[in-house]
Each structure stands twice: as structure tokens, then as C-alpha cells.
Design a protein around this ligand. Structure first.
Ligand code: ATP
Ligand code: MG
Length: 425
């Protein structure tokens, strides 16, 4: 292949794939609307400092994965690796957290310099939701119930498991971190390389190490349940009660810690076995410390982000997408003759103005009747409108059923709405 190529790990979405993207996006959007979440659109580039502070200096994302560069003014900028920091920054900048509750969502590309593989890309898309100003577990439950509704609606909930954990208050976590480091120092030589490196910078991350031998060592480690604060215990119990009452199943997974630094209390992930190693399609939790960390008055926050590509992979793997989403044309218009050509736009526009909003593709570029009929068939349209000179002069048109066995008929332009109704167009 010659010529310029897209960057590794950054994908085009081709017209044959975009119906699937649009399908998912519209399903997500309709669920978010039902819960009265409002959209926030943030810039894709922010100051590097925002992510260093907001995501955490010692996270994988900030240490190894960010696309950071100097602009012409020598300011350090970063392509956003995630949405929460920017959403909080925007909310603070515009006073949205001042004595108010917010339920927000966003979507768009995120950038991380990772090793590309199935379900892991350098530009990938997230749809996320963030709530500000609510400290109680009911909003954590709402976020989870909302994702559950979405996954049911998409037909993938049977293949997803909700993992739930609590990370307690930051004080409780600090006490636990110390105990964990004390223990792990004793077995340091036996830890995998990544975990040795994390031991002093981000020891909690060792808990979700993928290394089997490290996981075995952790069996003897101090357990967070012996360090957690009372308030966080109550928060977690109440969250579990709410989820039980709402009929949302979950497993409590004490090793779930999440990659980003800012979480407190609730953390959760929706995971599947159907996608190999990249099994988390949605992750979220509570981050009461983040807003003050970014310069706001102490304000609680809670949210999640979904990986769009992973959800699409799951939809395809499970084969749960209605075929009809790939039909983009209802009516194909065949135009034969000079007078027909002149009248074609008038007819096409009147068809497009019908209340049922038919999707009409006009034959442009000429061609024989036979080649136009071939295009009509290939377009996926249900019916062809065939306009010749005689038809044009009389304001009639031939209607041909391309998929079924309805008789071809001649119709007045003004009767098309009725005929389309027979085809559910
Ligand atoms: P993972 O451990 O799988 O890399 P993460 O903890 O880094 O995930 P988050 O920062 O929590 O991911 O992002 C939320 C979601 O975004 C993930 O659950 C996943 O679905 C998706 N995601 C994260 N990184 C990528 C990536 N590089 N490519 C595709 N999707 C991604
Ligand atoms: Mg990651």
C-alpha cells in the first residue's frame, strides 16, 4: 500500500461501520436523556497540569500514556487521556458546582500511548457521565442502574458482570497503604517487576496486578476491610441495599482499585469474558477529593466512562444488533429521459417532505435503465421509483417493489404517501 496512512492505534470509522456507531450512540443518548443528564462538550486539548494533578502523577496514564507536547508558545499541552478532569475543570471554570447539583455527560475521543491490540487503541472513544454535588450513595446507585438499563436495552447485560468495591476515605486508604507497603516490602523480591516499581509510588495498584504470583502473595496481605472508616462502610452498605432493591446483580471484588488516583469510596467496573484481555467496558466510581484538588470548594463527585470500541466489539461478538440499522436507503429513484431529469428533483423533494421522512437516494450520474436498476438493488432500498419522460409529463411514477412480490404499479405523485405506508416507509 502506498501513500499516507493513519497513525498506529488510530482508526478510521468507515461508512460501512458508522451505522453501528450511530446505533450505539443513539441508544446511550436516549438512556441519558431519560435520567435527565445534560451534555458537556470539552476541548480535546488541555494544559498538561490539569491531567498531572487531576489524574495523578503516579498513574500509568500520566507516567507513560499521555500525548504531551509544547505549543508554539512553549506551553505544555496534552491530548486528553480521559474526560473527568476536563469536565470538572469546565464545571469549575463556569461556576456549575456553585450551590448546585449537576448530572452531566460527554462523549468523544481520548488519547493514550498504549500498545495497540484488540479493544485497546491510541485514539479511542468514551461516553462518560459525571455528577457533582451529591455525597450520598443514591447517586452512585443511579449511575449504576442507568448503565444496567443501557446494557439491557442493548441486549448485552447477560454477558456483563458488575464488580463493586469501596476504597474508603482517603485517610483510611493512607493507613491501609502503609500497612500494605510494610507487608509487601517483606516479599519485595518475589513481586513482578511492575509491582516492584509501584511499591512506593502507587502500591494500591498492585492489588489488581495481572501477575499470578503477585496475586498469590497478596492472599497473605493485610485486608482493606480491617482499615476502612465507618462512614465508607455505611455508604457501601447502603449502595448495596439500593442495588439489591433495584434488582442489579453484582460481585464485591476487594481487589478492584481502578487505574486512576482520584477515587474514594465506591468503585465499579462492568466486565465481560467475551473480549479476551480487554474485558472492562465501563468503569467508574466516586471521587470526592477531585474537585478540591482542582481548586474548587469541597464538592462530592461520582461518575463513569464507557469504552465505545469495546462495547461495539461486544455488540458484534454477541450478534445483538438489528440488521435494519445498516439500511440507509428506503427509496431509490431511477431517472430515464431528458424531461424526467428536469422533473426528478421536484419529485424527490416532495417525497423527502412527506411526514414519514423517507430516505431517498437519487440516481445521479446517468446510466442505462438496467444499470440504474442494479444500483437500486445494491442500495438496499425497499422500492424503486422509476421516472421516465411520459411519467414526468403526467406527474405519475412507476413504483417497483425491490424486496417483495407486490405488483409494479403506476401512481400519481400525490398518492405516494399512501403507497409508502404499505411498505412501512
Ligand atoms: P484498562 O485497564 O482496560 O486499560 P483503564 O482502567 O485504563 O482500562 P479507564 O481509564 O477506566 O480505563 O477508562 C474507562 C474505559 O475506557 C475502560 O473501561 C475501557 O472500556 C475504555 N478504555 C480505556 N483505555 C482504552 C484504550 N486504550 N482503548 C480502548 N478503550 C479504552
Ligand atoms: Mg489502561
Amino acid at each position: 500500500m502506498s501513500g499516507l496512512q493513519s497513525l498506529r492505534g488510530m482508526n478510521d470509522v468507515l461508512p460501512s461501520e458508522s451505522p453501528l456507531w450511530q446505533y450505539l450512540e443513539s441508544q446511550v443518548k436516549s438512556v441519558l436523556d431519560q435520567y435527565s443528564y445534560r451534555e458537556m462538550r470539552m476541548p480535546i486539548v488541555e494544559s498538561t497540569e490539569l491531567f498531572a494533578r487531576g489524574v495523578g502523577e503516579h498513574t500509568d496514564v500520566v507516567e507513560k500514556e499521555m500525548y504531551t507536547f509544547l505549543d508554539r508558545n512553549e506551553d505544555s499541552l496534552t491530548l486528553r487521556p480521559e474526560g473527568t478532569a476536563g469536565c470538572v475543570r469546565a464545571a469549575l471554570q463556569h461556576g456549575l458546582t456553585h450551590n448546585q447539583i449537576q448530572r452531566l455527560w460527554y462523549q468523544g475521543p481520548m488519547f493514550r500511548y498504549e500498545r495497540p491490540q484488540k479493544g485497546r487503541y491510541r485514539q479511542f472513544f468514551q461516553i462518560g457521565a459525571e455528577t457533582f454535588g451529591i455525597a450520598s450513595p443514591d447517586i452512585d446507585a443511579e449511575l449504576i442502574v442507568m448503565t444496567h438499563r443501557l446494557f439491557k436495552k442493548l441486549g448485552i447485560s447477560d454477558s456483563l458482570t458488575l464488580h463493586l468495591n469501596t476504597l474508603g476515605s482517603s485517610e483510611a486508604r493512607a493507613r491501609y497503604r502503609k500497612a500494605l507497603v510494610d507487608y509487601l516490602e517483606g516479599v519485595k523480591d518475589k513481586l513482578d517487576e511492575d509491582s516492584q516499581r509501584r511499591l512506593y509510588v502507587n502500591p494500591m495498584r498492585i492489588l489488581d496486578s495481572k501477575s499470578k504470583s503477585t496475586q498469590a502473595l497478596l492472599d497473605g496481605a493485610p485486608q482493606f476491610k480491617d482499615y476502612i472508616d465507618e462512614e465508607s462502610v455505611e455508604h457501601f452498605d447502603q449502595l448495596r441495599k439500593l442495588l439489591d432493591a433495584a434488582g442489579v446483580d453484582y460481585v464485591v471484588n476487594p481487589r478492584l482499585v481502578r487505574g486512576l488516583d482520584y477515587y474514594t469510596k465506591t468503585v465499579f467496573e462492568w466486565m465481560t469474558d467475551a473480549l479476551g484481555a480487554q474485558g472492562t467496558v465501563c468503569g467508574g466510581g466516586r471521587y470526592d477529593g477531585l474537585i478540591p484538588l482542582l481548586g474548587g470548594k469541597p464538592t462530592p463527585g461520582s461518575g463513569f466512562a464507557m469504552g465505545v470500541e469495546r462495547l461495539l466489539l461486544l455488540l458484534e461478538t454477541l450478534n445483538v444488533v438489528p440488521d435494519s440499522i445498516y439500511n440507509t436507503v428506503d427509496v431509490f429513484m431511477v431517472v430515464a429521459g431528458e424531461q424526467a431529469q428536469l422533473s426528478a428533483f421536484e419529485l424527490a423533494e416532495s417525497v423527502r417532505s412527506l411526514p414519514s421522512k423517507p430516505r431517498l437516494q437519487m440516481n445521479c450520474g446517468g446510466g442505462s435503465f438496467k444499470s440504474q436498476m442494479k444500483k437500486a438493488d445494491k442500495s438496499g432500498a425497499q422500492i424503486a421509483l422509476i421516472l421516465g419522460d411520459d411519467e414526468a409529463n403526467q406527474k405519475i411514477v412507476q413504483v417497483k417493489d425491490l424486496r417483495g412480490d407486490m405488483q409494479q404499479e403506476t401512481a400519481a405523485w400525490s398518492d405516494l404517501a399512501e403507497i409508502f405506508a404499505k411498505f412501512s416507509i
